[in-house]
Write a new protein. Structure first.
Length: 443
């Protein structure tokens, strides 16, 4: 399953419509007949629009064998160079704005500290209308405590998802888009972990495989399967100046990678077992909803104006903890939104029943479930009023992505609040402060 975060665009009080079709966003905010502001949320961009002259790319490649077939005729692969050549030829990037380090020729530059320096230097150069591309080809490795990262030239040193977002913050990257291309085993795990970081950036990840798969390289190709086919797909799809046709490229890349890798079966003489491990590339987006991003920002004031002002105006920093949903709760909510048997089924085209009593029931069920997650996984913040507000906004975004014509309203806040506080009461969590706020809300 591929999870993604939503991108919520807030409408200013005097706006009647705001679209960003030129950039490939699916997001639209508009005012309907009764004057209410509605929103559509978006999946990963169909295309990325940017100015190549304001863009930079950093590539890091560690030479290694990914599969027995890769060692039949060992070759020194240049996977990232292959991808970079395709980007230059299509004028998606300029050669002079691409930096690549390879473990065979630049081993000293492949340490974690050196990669950090190069990452921050290149990310800082990108202007507001540019794209920052970080491309990695090498091993994916477990870092302990259930975390996975990108290997470096040092033993036991890796680059976690949270490391990437901290580097982006340190660089003060102003890029319009950030594109991560990860050609490594377990790329899906690393891509998913980015969703739980605090980075306020528009990040898109193309990974060579899912969370439980390895990235396959074949000596006969001379490159990894993913890099070779990504190069091929970039050449195959027509490019317009300053537009990266993400959806079209991925739609070519994914089935071909799956098809070639499905032909490979390995035999382990030690265990006397055959293993079959096809790889399926993933496309994921990390765009923290703008309204929540604004609430969580360090320099924001209390409340955020816009579509959900009826609830955001009650968000306060005075004497309250800085909170957010537990990552497992967030992952579950994304699964509910994405699953064909979840909200998609209720808000499907002509069969859209996400309205009236059904909408009330869905909002209450989701808020009840979130309360259960928080009590089980982060009891100390479960009753925080700010957490309730963030949870409600997440639910509103999930529902809006499938039924934008029936947005949740202030009525649903109080209704779902009763279910949320019921979970707190049943589990002996003090609900007094939250309940007082819910009772005194001025709608």
């Amino acid at each position: 399953t591929v999870y993604h975060a939503n991108n919520i665009i807030m409408a200013a009080p005097n706006e009647t419509q705001q679209t960003s079709q030129g950039s490939g966003h699916a997001s639209v905010v508009y005012k309907n007949k009764d004057g209410r502001y509605l929103l559509l949320t978006n999946k990963p961009h169909d295309r990325l629009s940017y100015k190549p002259e304001e863009s930079f790319m950093l590539g890091v490649e560690l030479q290694y064998c990914t599969h027995d077939l890769d060692s039949v005729e060992p070759r020194q692969r240049r996977n990232i160079r292959k991808i970079a050549d395709a980007l230059v030829k299509t004028e998606a990037m300029y050669e002079e704005q691409i930096s690549i380090v390879h473990s065979s020729s630049d081993p000293q530059k492949c340490s974690k500290d050196e990669i950090m320096k190069l990452f921050i230097q290149n990310a800082a150069k990108v202007n507001n209308e540019g794209i920052f591309v970080f491309c990695f080809s090498g091993p994916g490795m477990e870092a302990g405590s259930g975390k996975w990262g990108l290997a470096t030239g040092e033993n036991n040193e890796c680059i976690l998802a949270e490391t990437i977002t901290s580097w982006l913050r340190e660089s003060q990257c102003k890029a319009k888009h950030i594109l991560l291309i990860l050609d490594c085993s377990f790329a899906g795990k690393i891509a998913s972990a980015l969703q739980f970081s605090a980075a306020a950036h528009d990040i898109t990840v193309i990974g060579s495989c899912t969370a439980n798969e390895v990235s396959v390289a074949l000596s006969s190709l001379g490159y990894s399967v993913f890099s070779y086919l990504l190069h091929w797909a970039i050449h195959k799809v027509p490019f317009a100046p300053g537009v990266f046709p993400l959806k079209e490229i991925f739609s070519l890349l994914q089935p071909c990678c799956s098809a070639i890798s499905s032909l490979v079966v390995s035999y382990d003489a030690t265990t006397k077992t055959l293993s079959y491990a096809p790889m399926q590339p993933v496309l994921k987006a990390h765009r923290l909803p703008h309204v929540i991003q604004a609430l969580l920002s360090e320099d924001a004031t209390d409340g955020v104006p816009g579509s959900y002002e009826f609830i955001t105006k009650h968000y306060s920093r005075k004497g309250r903890k800085r909170v957010n949903l537990h990552e497992k709760c967030y992952l579950w909510l994304q699964n509910v939104e994405d699953s064909e048997n979840g909200l998609a089924q209720l808000g499907a085209g002509d069969n859209d029943i996400l309205n009236g009593r059904i909408l009330e029931a869905v909002v209450c069920a989701l808020m009840y479930s979130i309360a259960c997650f928080q009590v089980a996984l982060d009891r100390s913040t479960a009753a925080e009023p700010n957490l309730f507000i963030i949870a409600f906004l997440r639910v509103a975004a999930a529902i809006a992505s499938h039924s934008p014509d029936e947005p949740v309203t202030e009525y649903h806040v109080k209704l779902s609040g009763r279910f949320y506080t019921h979970v707190l009461e049943q589990n002996h969590v003090d609900k007094t402060r939250l309940e007082k706020i819910l009772m005194n809300l001025e709608f």
